[in-house]
Design a binder for this molecule. Structure first.
Ligand code: ZN
Length: 373
Protein backbone atom coordinates (compact mmCIF):
# COMPACT_ATOMS: atom_id res chain seq x y z
CA UNK A 1 0.00 0.00 0.00
CA UNK A 2 2.84 2.24 0.82
CA UNK A 3 3.93 2.41 -2.73
CA UNK A 4 0.40 3.13 -4.23
CA UNK A 5 0.00 6.65 -2.87
CA UNK A 6 3.30 7.96 -4.22
CA UNK A 7 2.53 6.29 -7.57
CA UNK A 8 -0.81 8.12 -7.79
CA UNK A 9 0.86 11.32 -6.83
CA UNK A 10 3.53 10.71 -9.45
CA UNK A 11 0.90 10.09 -12.13
CA UNK A 12 -0.96 13.23 -11.11
CA UNK A 13 2.23 15.25 -11.23
CA UNK A 14 3.06 13.91 -14.68
CA UNK A 15 -0.47 14.83 -15.86
CA UNK A 16 -0.14 18.36 -14.47
CA UNK A 17 3.25 18.72 -16.11
CA UNK A 18 1.84 17.58 -19.46
CA UNK A 19 -1.08 19.95 -19.03
CA UNK A 20 1.28 22.82 -18.36
CA UNK A 21 3.38 21.86 -21.34
CA UNK A 22 0.30 21.94 -23.59
CA UNK A 23 -0.76 25.28 -22.22
CA UNK A 24 2.74 26.68 -22.70
CA UNK A 25 3.20 25.62 -26.31
CA UNK A 26 -0.47 26.15 -27.00
CA UNK A 27 -0.49 23.10 -29.23
CA UNK A 28 -4.12 22.24 -28.65
CA UNK A 29 -5.56 25.68 -28.22
CA UNK A 30 -7.66 27.09 -31.04
CA UNK A 31 -5.68 29.76 -32.91
CA UNK A 32 -6.83 33.27 -32.13
CA UNK A 33 -5.91 35.74 -34.86
CA UNK A 34 -3.63 38.47 -33.54
CA UNK A 35 -5.34 41.79 -33.06
CA UNK A 36 -4.85 44.15 -36.06
CA UNK A 37 -1.98 46.58 -35.60
CA UNK A 38 -3.19 49.92 -34.34
CA UNK A 39 -3.67 52.48 -37.13
CA UNK A 40 -0.76 54.93 -36.90
CA UNK A 41 -1.18 58.17 -38.80
CA UNK A 42 2.01 59.26 -40.60
CA UNK A 43 3.39 62.27 -38.76
CA UNK A 44 2.61 65.50 -40.60
CA UNK A 45 5.57 66.84 -42.61
CA UNK A 46 7.71 69.25 -40.68
CA UNK A 47 6.72 72.88 -41.18
CA UNK A 48 8.93 74.82 -43.56
CA UNK A 49 9.92 78.41 -43.04
CA UNK A 50 9.65 80.14 -46.41
CA UNK A 51 12.49 82.43 -47.34
CA UNK A 52 11.87 86.06 -48.21
CA UNK A 53 10.65 86.12 -51.83
CA UNK A 54 12.76 87.85 -54.49
CA UNK A 55 11.44 91.36 -55.04
CA UNK A 56 12.21 94.65 -56.74
CA UNK A 57 13.76 97.49 -54.77
CA UNK A 58 11.17 99.79 -56.38
CA UNK A 59 8.11 97.72 -57.28
CA UNK A 60 5.96 100.78 -58.03
CA UNK A 61 8.27 101.71 -60.93
CA UNK A 62 7.60 98.35 -62.65
CA UNK A 63 4.19 97.06 -61.50
CA UNK A 64 3.82 94.42 -64.24
CA UNK A 65 7.21 92.94 -63.43
CA UNK A 66 6.48 93.09 -59.69
CA UNK A 67 3.26 91.11 -60.33
CA UNK A 68 5.10 88.53 -62.46
CA UNK A 69 7.72 88.05 -59.74
CA UNK A 70 4.89 87.23 -57.33
CA UNK A 71 3.38 84.76 -59.81
CA UNK A 72 6.65 82.87 -60.20
CA UNK A 73 7.65 82.88 -56.52
CA UNK A 74 8.59 79.31 -55.56
CA UNK A 75 6.42 77.25 -53.21
CA UNK A 76 7.45 76.19 -49.72
CA UNK A 77 4.92 73.43 -49.00
CA UNK A 78 5.72 71.12 -46.08
CA UNK A 79 7.27 67.84 -47.20
CA UNK A 80 8.11 68.85 -50.78
CA UNK A 81 10.42 66.22 -52.27
CA UNK A 82 13.25 66.97 -54.70
CA UNK A 83 10.88 65.99 -57.52
CA UNK A 84 8.13 68.32 -56.22
CA UNK A 85 10.60 71.20 -55.96
CA UNK A 86 12.05 70.60 -59.42
CA UNK A 87 8.57 70.40 -60.94
CA UNK A 88 7.59 73.69 -59.29
CA UNK A 89 10.84 75.26 -60.57
CA UNK A 90 10.25 74.03 -64.14
CA UNK A 91 6.64 75.22 -64.15
CA UNK A 92 7.61 78.69 -62.96
CA UNK A 93 10.43 78.93 -65.55
CA UNK A 94 7.99 77.96 -68.32
CA UNK A 95 5.45 80.51 -67.09
CA UNK A 96 8.02 83.33 -66.87
CA UNK A 97 9.44 82.59 -70.31
CA UNK A 98 5.97 82.47 -71.82
CA UNK A 99 4.91 85.82 -70.28
CA UNK A 100 8.23 87.42 -71.29
CA UNK A 101 8.04 85.87 -74.78
CA UNK A 102 11.47 84.29 -74.29
CA UNK A 103 11.10 81.04 -76.12
CA UNK A 104 14.82 81.36 -76.77
CA UNK A 105 16.64 83.06 -73.92
CA UNK A 106 19.09 84.79 -76.24
CA UNK A 107 16.12 86.82 -77.53
CA UNK A 108 16.70 89.05 -74.50
CA UNK A 109 20.03 90.08 -76.03
CA UNK A 110 18.53 90.67 -79.49
CA UNK A 111 15.65 92.74 -78.11
CA UNK A 112 18.06 94.72 -75.93
CA UNK A 113 20.33 95.55 -78.88
CA UNK A 114 17.26 96.50 -80.98
CA UNK A 115 16.09 98.88 -78.28
CA UNK A 116 19.54 100.48 -77.97
CA UNK A 117 19.80 100.84 -81.76
CA UNK A 118 16.32 102.30 -82.17
CA UNK A 119 17.11 104.86 -79.46
CA UNK A 120 20.44 105.64 -81.13
CA UNK A 121 22.32 104.86 -77.97
CA UNK A 122 25.54 103.18 -76.98
CA UNK A 123 26.18 99.73 -75.57
CA UNK A 124 26.59 100.72 -71.98
CA UNK A 125 24.60 99.65 -68.95
CA UNK A 126 24.69 103.21 -67.60
CA UNK A 127 22.86 104.32 -70.74
CA UNK A 128 20.68 101.27 -71.31
CA UNK A 129 19.35 100.89 -67.78
CA UNK A 130 17.57 104.25 -68.09
CA UNK A 131 15.61 103.16 -71.20
CA UNK A 132 12.09 101.76 -71.12
CA UNK A 133 10.56 98.75 -72.85
CA UNK A 134 7.51 99.52 -75.06
CA UNK A 135 5.13 98.62 -72.18
CA UNK A 136 6.73 101.27 -69.98
CA UNK A 137 8.77 98.92 -67.78
CA UNK A 138 12.21 100.40 -67.05
CA UNK A 139 15.08 98.34 -68.48
CA UNK A 140 17.24 98.64 -65.36
CA UNK A 141 15.83 97.33 -62.08
CA UNK A 142 17.37 96.40 -58.75
CA UNK A 143 16.48 92.90 -57.63
CA UNK A 144 16.66 91.71 -54.02
CA UNK A 145 17.10 87.96 -53.58
CA UNK A 146 17.38 85.65 -50.57
CA UNK A 147 20.73 83.93 -50.03
CA UNK A 148 22.52 81.85 -47.39
CA UNK A 149 25.58 83.55 -45.95
CA UNK A 150 28.18 82.42 -43.38
CA UNK A 151 27.50 83.51 -39.80
CA UNK A 152 30.12 86.25 -39.85
CA UNK A 153 29.42 87.64 -43.33
CA UNK A 154 28.86 91.38 -43.53
CA UNK A 155 27.23 93.49 -46.25
CA UNK A 156 29.34 95.59 -48.60
CA UNK A 157 27.83 98.20 -50.93
CA UNK A 158 29.12 98.37 -54.50
CA UNK A 159 29.24 101.31 -56.91
CA UNK A 160 28.96 101.60 -60.69
CA UNK A 161 29.79 103.82 -63.65
CA UNK A 162 31.05 103.59 -67.21
CA UNK A 163 34.75 103.97 -66.43
CA UNK A 164 37.94 102.77 -68.00
CA UNK A 165 39.30 101.46 -64.71
CA UNK A 166 37.59 99.98 -61.71
CA UNK A 167 39.92 101.97 -59.48
CA UNK A 168 38.13 105.14 -60.59
CA UNK A 169 34.81 103.74 -59.42
CA UNK A 170 36.30 102.50 -56.16
CA UNK A 171 37.68 105.96 -55.40
CA UNK A 172 34.81 108.17 -56.64
CA UNK A 173 31.82 105.94 -55.60
CA UNK A 174 29.71 107.46 -58.41
CA UNK A 175 26.42 105.76 -57.52
CA UNK A 176 25.39 102.78 -55.38
CA UNK A 177 24.71 99.71 -57.51
CA UNK A 178 24.06 96.81 -55.14
CA UNK A 179 25.08 94.83 -52.14
CA UNK A 180 27.53 91.93 -51.83
CA UNK A 181 28.79 90.14 -48.69
CA UNK A 182 32.23 89.79 -47.27
CA UNK A 183 33.30 86.67 -45.36
CA UNK A 184 36.99 86.08 -44.75
CA UNK A 185 37.31 82.94 -42.66
CA UNK A 186 37.27 79.62 -44.51
CA UNK A 187 36.07 77.64 -41.50
CA UNK A 188 33.11 80.03 -41.11
CA UNK A 189 32.48 79.88 -44.87
CA UNK A 190 32.36 76.08 -44.79
CA UNK A 191 30.23 75.79 -41.62
CA UNK A 192 26.78 75.31 -43.17
CA UNK A 193 25.16 74.67 -39.77
CA UNK A 194 25.70 78.32 -38.83
CA UNK A 195 24.59 79.99 -42.08
CA UNK A 196 21.88 82.62 -41.92
CA UNK A 197 19.48 84.14 -44.42
CA UNK A 198 20.40 87.48 -45.98
CA UNK A 199 19.32 89.56 -48.98
CA UNK A 200 21.60 90.40 -51.90
CA UNK A 201 20.86 93.32 -54.26
CA UNK A 202 22.01 93.73 -57.85
CA UNK A 203 20.96 95.52 -61.02
CA UNK A 204 19.57 93.63 -63.94
CA UNK A 205 17.62 93.94 -67.19
CA UNK A 206 13.91 93.74 -66.30
CA UNK A 207 13.45 91.18 -69.09
CA UNK A 208 15.95 88.95 -67.32
CA UNK A 209 14.86 89.65 -63.72
CA UNK A 210 12.24 86.86 -63.30
CA UNK A 211 14.68 84.20 -64.55
CA UNK A 212 17.51 85.45 -62.35
CA UNK A 213 15.10 85.54 -59.41
CA UNK A 214 14.02 81.96 -60.10
CA UNK A 215 17.57 80.61 -60.22
CA UNK A 216 18.66 82.37 -57.04
CA UNK A 217 15.47 81.50 -55.16
CA UNK A 218 15.87 77.86 -56.23
CA UNK A 219 19.45 77.83 -54.88
CA UNK A 220 18.20 79.34 -51.62
CA UNK A 221 15.17 77.04 -51.30
CA UNK A 222 17.23 73.86 -51.72
CA UNK A 223 19.13 74.92 -48.59
CA UNK A 224 15.85 75.32 -46.69
CA UNK A 225 14.75 71.74 -47.40
CA UNK A 226 18.24 70.23 -47.22
CA UNK A 227 20.69 72.12 -44.99
CA UNK A 228 23.60 70.12 -46.47
CA UNK A 229 22.81 71.80 -49.82
CA UNK A 230 23.21 75.35 -48.50
CA UNK A 231 25.50 77.34 -50.77
CA UNK A 232 26.91 80.62 -49.47
CA UNK A 233 26.05 83.19 -52.14
CA UNK A 234 28.12 86.26 -51.36
CA UNK A 235 28.24 88.00 -54.72
CA UNK A 236 25.84 88.32 -57.65
CA UNK A 237 26.76 90.64 -60.50
CA UNK A 238 24.14 91.44 -63.14
CA UNK A 239 23.89 94.55 -65.32
CA UNK A 240 26.96 96.78 -65.20
CA UNK A 241 29.83 98.37 -67.11
CA UNK A 242 32.42 98.98 -64.37
CA UNK A 243 31.84 98.34 -60.68
CA UNK A 244 33.75 98.19 -57.42
CA UNK A 245 33.37 98.28 -53.68
CA UNK A 246 34.77 101.36 -51.97
CA UNK A 247 38.52 101.92 -51.83
CA UNK A 248 38.27 103.58 -48.41
CA UNK A 249 37.10 100.50 -46.47
CA UNK A 250 40.51 99.93 -44.90
CA UNK A 251 42.58 96.74 -45.21
CA UNK A 252 40.80 93.37 -45.33
CA UNK A 253 42.05 89.88 -44.71
CA UNK A 254 40.60 86.79 -46.36
CA UNK A 255 41.36 83.08 -46.53
CA UNK A 256 41.36 81.02 -49.67
CA UNK A 257 42.85 77.89 -51.17
CA UNK A 258 45.97 77.78 -53.30
CA UNK A 259 46.74 74.83 -55.56
CA UNK A 260 49.94 73.39 -56.97
CA UNK A 261 49.27 74.54 -60.52
CA UNK A 262 46.86 76.49 -62.70
CA UNK A 263 45.83 73.74 -65.08
CA UNK A 264 45.55 70.40 -63.31
CA UNK A 265 42.73 68.54 -61.65
CA UNK A 266 44.52 67.84 -58.38
CA UNK A 267 42.48 68.91 -55.35
CA UNK A 268 45.34 69.12 -52.84
CA UNK A 269 45.28 72.67 -51.59
CA UNK A 270 46.95 74.90 -49.06
CA UNK A 271 44.98 77.37 -46.99
CA UNK A 272 46.36 80.86 -47.47
CA UNK A 273 45.49 84.12 -45.68
CA UNK A 274 45.72 87.19 -47.88
CA UNK A 275 45.49 90.84 -46.92
CA UNK A 276 44.36 93.51 -49.38
CA UNK A 277 44.39 97.31 -49.09
CA UNK A 278 40.56 97.47 -49.34
CA UNK A 279 37.37 95.61 -50.20
CA UNK A 280 37.64 97.10 -53.70
CA UNK A 281 40.59 94.79 -54.35
CA UNK A 282 38.27 91.79 -53.93
CA UNK A 283 35.07 93.24 -55.42
CA UNK A 284 35.60 94.93 -58.77
CA UNK A 285 35.24 94.40 -62.48
CA UNK A 286 34.95 95.99 -65.86
CA UNK A 287 32.94 94.40 -68.63
CA UNK A 288 33.94 94.76 -72.27
CA UNK A 289 31.50 96.20 -74.79
CA UNK A 290 30.54 92.78 -76.13
CA UNK A 291 29.69 91.47 -72.66
CA UNK A 292 26.13 90.53 -71.88
CA UNK A 293 26.61 92.30 -68.53
CA UNK A 294 26.39 95.62 -70.38
CA UNK A 295 22.88 94.56 -71.42
CA UNK A 296 21.92 93.19 -68.02
CA UNK A 297 21.61 89.73 -69.59
CA UNK A 298 24.30 87.92 -67.55
CA UNK A 299 24.88 86.79 -63.97
CA UNK A 300 28.14 86.22 -62.14
CA UNK A 301 27.55 84.20 -59.00
CA UNK A 302 30.30 84.20 -56.36
CA UNK A 303 32.75 86.12 -58.47
CA UNK A 304 35.78 87.37 -56.51
CA UNK A 305 39.23 88.70 -57.30
CA UNK A 306 41.63 86.87 -55.01
CA UNK A 307 45.02 87.93 -56.31
CA UNK A 308 47.72 85.81 -54.73
CA UNK A 309 46.03 82.40 -54.85
CA UNK A 310 47.05 79.82 -57.42
CA UNK A 311 43.73 78.89 -59.08
CA UNK A 312 41.95 79.39 -55.75
CA UNK A 313 38.52 80.41 -56.97
CA UNK A 314 37.60 80.72 -60.63
CA UNK A 315 37.76 84.47 -60.09
CA UNK A 316 40.05 85.16 -62.95
CA UNK A 317 39.13 82.93 -65.83
CA UNK A 318 40.55 79.57 -64.83
CA UNK A 319 42.12 77.08 -67.19
CA UNK A 320 42.27 74.25 -64.67
CA UNK A 321 40.47 70.95 -64.81
CA UNK A 322 39.77 70.99 -61.07
CA UNK A 323 36.95 73.49 -61.44
CA UNK A 324 34.91 70.97 -63.40
CA UNK A 325 35.02 68.80 -60.28
CA UNK A 326 32.30 71.10 -58.99
CA UNK A 327 31.29 69.10 -55.93
CA UNK A 328 34.90 68.39 -54.92
CA UNK A 329 35.74 72.09 -55.08
CA UNK A 330 32.54 73.02 -53.23
CA UNK A 331 33.50 70.67 -50.43
CA UNK A 332 36.93 72.27 -50.07
CA UNK A 333 35.62 75.84 -50.25
CA UNK A 334 31.83 76.25 -50.21
CA UNK A 335 32.08 79.44 -52.27
CA UNK A 336 32.67 77.21 -55.28
CA UNK A 337 29.28 76.36 -56.76
CA UNK A 338 28.30 72.66 -56.64
CA UNK A 339 27.26 70.82 -59.76
CA UNK A 340 23.51 71.05 -59.14
CA UNK A 341 23.66 74.87 -59.35
CA UNK A 342 24.99 74.62 -62.92
CA UNK A 343 22.28 72.07 -63.74
CA UNK A 344 19.62 74.43 -62.35
CA UNK A 345 21.02 77.32 -64.42
CA UNK A 346 20.80 75.13 -67.50
CA UNK A 347 17.14 74.41 -66.70
CA UNK A 348 16.43 78.14 -66.67
CA UNK A 349 17.97 78.31 -70.15
CA UNK A 350 21.28 80.00 -69.36
CA UNK A 351 24.45 79.37 -71.27
CA UNK A 352 26.68 77.83 -68.60
CA UNK A 353 30.50 78.00 -68.40
CA UNK A 354 30.99 74.41 -69.58
CA UNK A 355 29.47 75.42 -72.91
CA UNK A 356 32.06 78.05 -73.71
CA UNK A 357 34.65 76.96 -76.18
CA UNK A 358 38.09 78.43 -76.50
CA UNK A 359 40.84 77.76 -78.93
CA UNK A 360 43.35 75.47 -77.31
CA UNK A 361 42.03 75.42 -73.76
CA UNK A 362 38.88 75.10 -71.75
CA UNK A 363 38.19 78.00 -69.41
CA UNK A 364 35.89 78.44 -66.49
CA UNK A 365 34.36 81.15 -64.33
CA UNK A 366 31.01 81.45 -62.59
CA UNK A 367 29.23 83.32 -65.38
CA UNK A 368 25.74 82.51 -66.68
CA UNK A 369 24.17 84.37 -69.57
CA UNK A 370 21.71 84.43 -72.47
CA UNK A 371 24.32 83.55 -75.10
CA UNK A 372 25.12 85.53 -78.20
CA UNK A 373 24.08 83.44 -81.18
ZN1 ZN B 1 30.13 87.52 -66.07
Amino acid sequence: MKCIVPSCLAIRLVCILFGLLFLTVGGCRPKVPPPPPPVVEAPPPAPVTPGPAPHLAQPSAAPKLAALLKEVALRYDPGMTQEDRDRDFSEKIAHARQVLRLERIKAMRERSLDLINSNGGVISWEYFRRQKWPDGTPVGVTLNVPVWVPSRARPVPTYAALAEKWEEVAAAKPRPAGLVYFAGDLQDINDKSRYRTAMLAFEINSLHAPLAALLLEYIYREGVYEPAKRVPILVVRGGEDTYAAAADSGPVSVEGLSFADEIGGDLNATKVRLTYPSLADIHHGRHVKASNHRLGCALDINDFNFKGLVDGMPNQVSASLRHYNRDGMHQLDARNLPDWVFAAAKKVGYRIPQEWTYIGASKDWPHFDCGTK
